[in-house]
Every structure is written in C-alpha cells, then in structure tokens.
Design a protein around this ligand. Structure first.
Ligand code: PLP
Length: 452
C-alpha cells in the first residue's frame, strides 16, 4: 500500500447534503482513466496539458442523434459543423458516420475538400464567402446558403459568368420566442425580407432554390423554439410550392442544441437542466410532420449539430503547478491549463476532477491558469480536495470550440490525441514548436543586429 499523504488540518463548518448556493455537492470520484487508458500514462507519454478525444464517444453521440431523428422522420441528414472542431481526425470520424460537411469560411471549405468530402455534400454558410470561394462552390455543385443580398448578387454574377446554375438555399432568421433574437444572419421572416430574396432567386435563371436554412442560436435551452422555427420554414416552403410550383429539397435546422455542459451561474448541472437530443428531435419533427406538406413531398431534414455531439467526447488533462492562499483566506490552485486553451471556461463551469485518489476534505477553491493575466480563471468557485504540486486533473466536456478558438499566447499549443475503439492512442495534432511560429515572422534588415 502507498504511504498515506499528510494533510494540514482545517476547521470548517459542516455542510448538509442539500445543494447550497454553489449548487449540489460534487460527486468526487477521481477520473484515473479515459476509455480505459490511464491519465498518468497519457501525460507521461504526451505531456501536459493534453487534449484527449474519445472516438468511441463521438461515434456513440452521432449514432444516438441520428436515431433520435430517424425514428421520428423519414429523411434525415447530419452535416458536421467544422467550426465546432475541425481537426481532420474528428471531421473524418463524423464523415465515416455519414455526416456531410458544414463550413463557414473559405478555409473551412478547403479543409472539407481536403478531407475528401464531395463538393455536393458541402454546405457553405456564413456572411463572408469570398468571390473565389463562391466560384469554387458553384463549380463543385455545393449547397450555398445565402446570408445577405450582396452575396446574392455575387452568386448571380459568378454563376452567370461560369454558365453553371448555382444550388442555393436561404438562411432565414425569425422570432422563435427566444431573445435576444439572432437576426444578424440571413433574412428575416417576419419583416418580409425572406420573401424578397426568395422571389429574386425564383426569378433568376442561374440559381436553383434547393433549401431553406436557419440556425436560431447556440446552446439553446428551449426545444420549443426549434418547433416554432421549423413551422416557419415549412410555411415558406409551402408558400414557394404554391406560388411557383417549386418543391424545395431540404429544410436545414442548423445547430445550437445544448451540450451537457453547465452554464455559469446555473444552479444545477447541465445534464439535469438542458433539453436532450430527443427533446429537440421531437419538437422539430412534430412541426414538420404537422405542416401542410403532402406526405410524399416531405423535405429532407438536415441538422448541423456541433457542440452537442462533441463537447463530452473530449477532456483536457493538466497538472497542478502550485497552491496558495488568497488575501481573503480562500485556497487557490494554479494549473498548467489557461483560458488560452479553454476559451469556453468564460461561459461554462467545466467539471474539474482530480486524476488520482485524494483525501476526504474538500474546500472552496479558485482554479487559475498559468497565464500572467488576471482574467486567467478556469473556475471562480469549485469544491475540491487538496491537490498537490504535480498532481493531475481532468477537465471534462471541452470538445466544442476550444480546439478551434484556442490562442497561441505566451506558450505553444499542446498535443491532441484520440483514443480509438481499440484503445490505441493516436496523435492527431502535434504540439507546436517555436520553429513553426518563427516560420511566419520576418525581421527587417535594419533590425537584425543589436548591441546590448
Ligand atoms: C456554429 C454553427 C453551427 C453549429 O452550432 P452548435 O451550437 O455548435 O451546434 C451550425 N450551423 C451554423 C450555420 C453555425 O454557424
């Protein structure tokens, strides 16, 4: 048996078992393994910090999501939202599971092509599509989702010059009862803008209207809002059918389903409060099936779900640098993980769990990162046992947006590994090197030399 650790005694008020103002008592069980691979081994082999992605979890998430929709609606297609996590290995896992690609920039469009996605299975969203990428998208038969009228005119001119018909859909924003409304993207339903662009497209010789799209928000806590949005898109689709005798191919409900994460300031954990994929599926499919489509004219239903499929498939492993008492007596723990790697800690209370056994006494702790900046706080309050220097922690539910929004600030970004279904640990992104950073820099001749 290992020698027991000594821990300085602490006098503390007894807490009852009911939730206090910081929420429910934490369920403190160390996370020693991820997909049966020891955290200790992962860190000794690949360094700390380390992102670890579970391929098994990704696959089970997308299969569960498909099942939720496919058991309720006859024609369903998922498209992986690249900006949520565009690591090639992650994207390809989703593509192997049948997901198309959903991209929002020239760079992401090229990444999807590089991953081998057929152009006709790439959905091109976003307000900043360059003319060159629009040209490429038309030539590749991709699905271009129009965001604003200036883009409409660029597509019109480009398709005209190419002599190829562009496949387009329109992004619609609308009042779904959730505020603030996301009305900066696409065309508004209530004020008639939606019909203005639809009429233009229907009268254009060089565009085919194939779909209607919306993306009503992100981390949505209301499934009903999706029902409202689906009804409004169905209403437009039926209006187009009546007015132009034209049947659209698909309705794309975007992404935005909440993941299991817990929002800051929320009293209960996300798993207890956030709607499930089944709740979202029920709201959307009920609205579509109850709309006035003829049974054989039901459109394909596309989902661009991002965070809900990847958040809980990744963890961030880290190491304790030190502990210290703050001026008010609170304990603070400094980790080697900062907000540069965990952007989402500004919105979420990510679970932070020791990766090794610990003593039974817990204390309200502030968890800091290593950056020399006051804003580098991972958790303002978390009940943790004492963590010693060099102990490891596991931060859960970090799969969405962190590996795309991370910053190279005062340090280099760490390695990312993916554990496959056979428990092999695959490096899917190397840690950054100084050389890679210097590769982009240039020093003017007159600054090359100095004497100090
Ligand atoms: C970001 C985005 C998504 C994915 O959103 P999640 O909140 O990660 O599900 C889907 N569609 C569009 C158009 C987006 O911009």
């Amino acid at each position: 048996m290992e020698k027991q650790q000594y821990e300085r005694p602490l006098i503390k008020r007894l807490e009852s078992k009911i939730p206090n103002k910081f929420g429910a008592k934490p369920n403190l069980i160390p996370i020693t393994h991820i997909d049966e691979v020891a955290v200790k081994d992962l860190i000794s082999e690949h360094g700390s910090p380390l992102f670890v992605i579970s391929e098994k979890k990704i696959r089970s998430n997308i299969r569960k999501a498909r099942k939720a929709f496919e058991t309720r609606y006859p024609k369903v297609q998922f498209a992986w939202s690249y900006k949520t996590n565009y690591l090639d290995a992650v994207c390809r896992t989703f593509h192997q599971e049948g997901s198309w690609a959903e991209v929002v920039s020239d760079f992401e469009y090229d990444k999807a092509l590089h991953n081998g996605v057929n152009g006709s299975k790439i959905i091109y969203n976003g307000p900043d599509k360059t003319p060159e990428s629009i040209k490429k998208a038309i030539q590749n038969n991709s699905l271009i989702h129009i965001d604003h009228l200036d883009e409409y005119y660029t597509i019109q001119e480009t398709a005209d010059a190419l002599g190829i018909k562009a496949k387009v859909a329109v992004r619609i924003n609308m009042d779904t009862g959730v505020y603030p409304m996301w009305d900066r993207f696409g065309f508004n339903y209530e004020n008639g803008q939606a019909w203005t662009v639809l009429n233009k497209i229907m009268r254009s010789d060089v565009m085919t209207l194939v779909g209607l799209h919306t993306h009503i928000g992100t981390f949505m806590l209301s499934a009903i809002a999706y029902g409202v949005a689906a009804s409004k898109l169905a209403d437009l689709a039926i209006g187009i059918r009546t007015k132009y005798d034209h049947q659209i191919e698909y309705i794309d409900m975007g992404g935005g389903f909440a993941s299991v994460n817990r929002l800051k300031g929320s009293y209960l954990p996300g798993v207890d409060t956030n709607p499930t994929i089944d709740d979202f599926a029920e709201a959307i499919t009920t609205a579509l099936i109850n709309a006035d489509f003829k049974p054989d004219e039901l459109p394909l239903l596309i989902l661009e779900t991002g965070r809900a499929l990847i958040d809980d498939a990744a963890s961030l492993l880290g190491t304790v640098i030190s502990n210290k008492r703050l001026s008010d007596g609170r304990r603070s723990t400094i980790l080697d993980i900062g907000v540069n790697l965990l952007f989402t800690s500004f919105w979420y209370e990510h679970p932070i769990t020791p990766a090794q056994p610990f003593t039974q006494y817990t204390e309200d702790t502030v968890v800091y990162g290593p950056l020399c900046m006051n804003i580098d706080v991972l958790r303002e309050h978390i009940t943790l046992p004492l963590l010693n220097k060099d102990d490891h922690v596991v931060i859960q539910y970090v799969g969405a947006y962190n590996m795309t929004q991370w910053m190279q600030f005062i340090t280099l970004r760490p390695r990312i590994v993916m554990i496959d279904e056979k428990r092999n640990v695959n490096i899917i992104r190397e840690r950054e090197h100084l050389d890679r950073i210097l590769e982009f820099e240039k020093v003017p001749d007159h600054l090359k030399k100095f004497d100090l």
